[in-house]
Write a protein that binds this ligand. Structure first.
Ligand code: ADP
Length: 231
């Protein structure tokens, strides 16, 4: 579904990713793990075409997207939920969600039913400003905005970071539902190894901008976690 081969990525002259290869198979969750600063966010940004430049191959269903601009990548079915959520505080919840529609192929401009079903609080408060929401609700809104693009692949950057512990499980359950029930392929940057093990079928461990280890999550041993994630 989503494949990278020999991908190098840069911010200006700063060379951050080196020869990265990975594959998220259709309908699977791929967990991207590693310490702070190793290049996980850069990996997601590279897939969206949001670093200064990159080389190597990025494909969705066998079709190259490497030469595409960011909005074309979004239209090809990849939606990105960035680490800071990037909600527009003065826009209403509805307006924030509708922004995702600009990446739809079919031109439809409507709040997706799926998002309303998954996030009843948002459904009941569509006319309130995004800025009044808690961190967990903003994360829901960022996911709802991504769903408005009707994506095939969802890129999630630490979706539970900075969220109240009682809401974390709710967000995790939504991610699993989006994968299992809706069939979305998910690339999940995650610090929580427990959730990665529970939800993901595959993993990649990043170290200094390179893939250090990868495989099915059954092979994500405590030794590997200790080696590549302990601080
Ligand atoms: P992670 O997500 O694993 O914490 P990042 O992808 O954010 O890591 O960062 C990887 C490296 O790229 C770090 O050394 C960071 O300082 C650098 N970096 C991140 N964003 C930029 C940027 N906009 N310009 C230059 N360097 C950056």
């Amino acid at each position: 579904m989503l494949a990278l081969r020999d991908v190098d990525s840069f911010y200006g002259s700063s060379h951050v990713l080196h020869q990265v290869g990975l594959e998220a198979k259709s309908g699977e969750i791929l967990a991207v793990l590693g310490r702070n600063g190793v290049g996980k966010t850069t990996l997601l940004k590279t897939i969206m075409g949001l670093t200064s430049s990159h080389t190597g191959a990025i494909e969705v269903d066998g079709a190259s997207i490497s030469e595409m601009q960011t909005h074309q990548r979004a239209r090809s079915g990849i939606a990105y939920v960035p680490q800071g959520r990037e909600i527009i505080p003065d826009f209403t919840i509805r307006q924030n969600i509708l922004m995702g529609c600009f990446a739809r192929k079919d031109g439809k401009r409507a709040v997706p039913e799926l998002a309303m079903e998954l996030f009843p609080y948002l459904a009941d408060n569509l006319n309130r400003p995004g800025g009044v929401l808690s961190g967990g609700q903003q994360q829901q809104l960022a996911i709802a905005r991504a769903l408005a693009a009707d994506p095939r692949v969802l890129l999630l950057d630490e979706p539970t970071e900075g969220i109240q512990p009682n809401i974390v499980e709710e967000i995790e359950a939504i991610i699993v539902r989006l994968n299992k029930e809706v069939g979305l392929t998910v690339v999940l940057v995650e610090q929580n190894v427990g959730f990665a093990r529970q939800a993901a079928q595959g993993f990649v461990l990043i170290e200094k901008g390179r893939v250090a280890e990868a495989g099915p999550t059954a092979e994500l041993t405590d030794d590997l976690v200790q080696k590549h994630m302990a601080v």
